[in-house]
Design a protein. Sequence first.
Length: 164
Amino acid sequence: MVKVRKIRERLLAPVAIATLAGALVLSSSANLRASDVGVRMGYYFDAEAFSVGMEMLQSIGDHPGEWYFNPNIELAMGDHTDLAALSADFHYDFDTSSNTALWVGAGPGLLIVDRDFADDTDIDPALNLLVGLGAKQGSYRPFIQGKGILSDNSEAALAVGIRF
């Protein structure tokens, strides 16, 4: 008998990858503004794993500085669990009337979890919920961001990074 989990992994992983690829194609569209790139490092609390990652930040919409597309990838390595998180996040920057941005957001993702004592790797679609704070101006803009990842292997993560 075929396990339901195996069917879900075989179907949902390609759908999640296609969603992320479509979002990246959308971000390269000519009507979007220039994008920034960034690097980040952080910690995944449930996996007890430190992470490194990279991202793109793309302003979208008619009002620059309000809505952003923020695809990113993070790789986390721990003593007993390794994971990769691929995300196609969107966030809204609140008007703070200062040089500091405050944002909340969400987006689809794909969470790949490998545990030392497991028989196989889990590949799960995910929903990311995030909140962040960072510099709005300058050549190098530091930020801090908290993220909750809702999936079969839900996670909470905290990252610090720099955009340029």
